[in-house]
Design a protein around this ligand. Structure first.
Ligand SMILES: C[S@@+](CC[C@H](N)C(=O)[O-])C[C@H]1O[C@@H](n2cnc3c(N)ncnc32)[C@H](O)[C@@H]1O
Length: 264
């Protein structure tokens, strides 16, 4: 099976995901008729470290009101909405159509739709104009990308000269078999975890200058964020096993969460 089919099959859900999220929040006592973007943080951040990690990445990127931001592999729009809250104009793109539909519904629901657009497309071929963004972010997507240089070249093309690209990714930090299933893949057919130096090489081949690399792994090893509802409620019990495997591989020194900052 094609990698993209495996990826969309892994993340795609049959039932209306937005309804499932709203029902779970409502069941946990959240007033879903008066929802703000932060109410969604416990469920819309599909990466290690949750909302604090997105905030850190966006702060390091230097998001400002009016900035045009591209969110590559935006999932259901967690980081996109957080950036839009600061006044940025955000385009989120993702391969999984159900996630894009969910991102649109949730953004509308929290009153941020006018600052956000979501496109169902692959990062390898962006239907976006050259130089049309000030900055780009990619959070926990590289693990699903077999050809990272191709995606980074597209991000480079749509950024203005000097625009910054922040990547927050699960990377290989040691040798050994990974314990599948992991949150991003059932097995190695759709999992392409690489080292920080591999990432730097892909970025440089795509035309970027790497400005900083930071090991964020320690921030991902604490207890999961507390809240009235969690990702597990939304994505089901198998998700807990995938997270547990991710944490075990991290503690064993096989995986780490790193931030890279690059300039076009
Ligand atoms: C672990 S989720 C992270 C989602 C989001 N960035 C977040 O942190 O909440 C990985 C996302 O990457 C998307 N993805 C995987 N391969 C992709 C590709 N080739 N182009 C665009 N999106 C892709 C998946 O559909 C999925 O939504």
């Amino acid at each position: 099976m094609d990698v993209r089919d495996l990826v969309t099959g892994h993340y795609g859900v049959t039932e209306d995901l937005a309804t499932r999220i709203l029902r779970a929040l409502s069941g946990a006592g959240v007033d879903t008729d008066h929802l703000g973007a932060p109410d969604l943080f416990p469920v819309d951040q599909l990466h290690a470290g949750g909302a604090p990690a997105s905030k850190y990445v966006l702060d390091r990127l230097g998001i400002e009101p009016g900035m045009r931001l591209l969110d590559v592999g935006c999932g259901i729009g967690g980081a996109s909405r957080m950036a839009a809250m600061t006044g940025a104009a955000v385009t989120g793109i993702d391969l999984t159509p159900e996630f894009i539909e969910t991102a649109r519904v949730l953004s509308d629901r929290v009153g941020l739709a006018d600052r956000l657009e979501f496109l169902s497309t692959a990062g390898e071929s962006l239907p976006l104009d050259d130089g049309s963004f000030d900055a780009a972010v990619m959070v926990h997507v590289g693990m699903n990308l077999p050809e990272k240089t191709a995606v980074f070249a597209e991000v480079h093309r749509v950024l203005r000269p000097g625009g910054r690209f922040a990547l927050y990714e699960q990377v290989r930090t040691g040798e050994g078999d990974l314990p599948y299933p992991l949150p991003w893949a059932e097995d190695e057919r759709s999992s392409f975890v690489e080292t920080v130096s591999d990432y730097c090489a892909h970025l440089e081949r795509a035309g970027f200058e790497v400005e900083d690399e930071e090991d964020r792994t320690p921030t991902t090893l604490g207890p999961p964020p507390q809240g009235p509802v969690s990702n597990a409620v939304v994505f089901g019990p198998p998700f807990m096993q995938r997270i547990a495997n991710n944490v075990a591989a991290t503690k064993a020194g096989l995986l780490g969460a790193w931030l890279l900052l690059a300039r076009a």
